[in-house]
Design a protein around this ligand. Structure first.
Ligand code: DQA
Length: 302
């Protein structure tokens, strides 16, 4: 694993420069600290410093070919440089922002970090230690990503998946209904699926390390069920299931979501679905009377 550590303007003057804020150790001390930390973590690093914004942009661009991640302290350019932000967004390497001082506790003009918008993580206010934490975080992040990447499988439903689907459905449906204020309408999977005929079309299951963590049911033109288990959301599993679905369905493809389910709505919108219609209808009944909810239909055209 190889990281590029970039330091921006005036960091070459560490030790001389405002020691009350940045400490008395020099840039050479920082380099020694970085090399030692990298050795302890068994990663390779290359460290560079420049006072020029464009040079930072060039180095970020070049990193694409030869590094697994970037650790960057853009110094004063943090608060001004959209070019550095854009370069980080362009190369799509995981990046961590580091500041020796805590910029949030200093002047108001240091509060905005443009580069930070493209970084997965920020360590600030820890002095040199922030760089070590950044390396450790990046290493861990990349290891996890590799493991997860290799451990995901999406395949058609098998009978042995049933109890997993039940678990995923019950937890995710409860979460969804609570989010929308309809918890009372919750019924368990079996009752719901009997009513709704889950297997009218195809069912695909996403497995992580061979355990189902999400599933989607769809017919040619409609997604009828789509759930990722709570605790496994926000890892891109939904996107993977949706890509699978798109390969097995036709356009227009539509899906109903509850009007209060904002994460689902922004997910479908980010994947190109657009609002089509709104309907009020009964939600799956709990023992007594039906609960009426507003459903929104989103569709993907062409
Ligand atoms: C800095 C914080 C910046 O606001 C400042 O302009 C720097 C150094 C830090 O490491 O604390 O030059 O990035």
């Amino acid at each position: 694993m190889k990281f590029l550590v970039l330091n921006g303007p005036n960091l070459n003057l560490l030790g001389v420069r405002e020691p009350g804020v940045y400490g008395s150790q020099t840039y050479e001390d920082l380099l020694a600290f970085l090399m030692n930390s990298a050795k302890n973590l068994s990663v390779d690093v290359e460290c560079r410093q420049t006072n020029h914004e464009g040079v930072l942009v060039d180095w970020i661009q070049e990193a694409r070919q030869s590094y697994d991640g970037i650790i960057i302290n853009p110094a004063a350019y943090t608060h001004t440089s959209i070019a550095i932000l854009d370069a980080l967004l362009a190369v799509k390497l995981p990046a961590v922002e580091v500041h020796l001082s805590d910029t949030q506790k200093r002047e108001a003009f240091r509060k905005q970090s443009y580069a930070g918008l493209a970084c997965q993580k920020t360590f600030q206010g820890f002095g040199f230690e922030g760089y070590r934490l950044a390396m450790e975080w990046l290493k861990h992040h990349l290891e996890q990503k590799n493991q997860t990447g290799n451990a995901i499988e999406i395949r058609p439903y098998k009978d042995t998946d049933w109890e997993h689907l039940q678990r995923i459905h019950d937890a995710a449906r409860q979460q969804e209904l609570a989010r929308c204020g309809y918890l009372e309408g919750y019924t368990n999977l079996l009752a719901t699926f009997e009513e709704e005929n889950l297997f009218e079309g195809q069912v695909a299951v996403l497995l992580l390390h061979e355990v189902p963590r999400g599933f989607v049911a769809f017919t040619n033109h409609e997604i009828t069920w789509f759930y990722v288990e709570p605790g496994y959301q926000r890892r891109g599993f939904g996107k993977k299931l949706l890509y699978y679905t798109l390969q097995h369905t036709k356009r227009p493809l539509s899906v109903w979501v509850l009007h209060g389910n904002l994460p689902a709505i922004s997910f479908y919108e980010s994947m190109g679905f657009a609002f089509m219609e709104e309907k009020k209808g009964p939600l799956h009944r709990s023992q007594s009377q039906p609960i009426y909810a507003i459903g929104l239909r989103y569709g993907l055209m062409g």
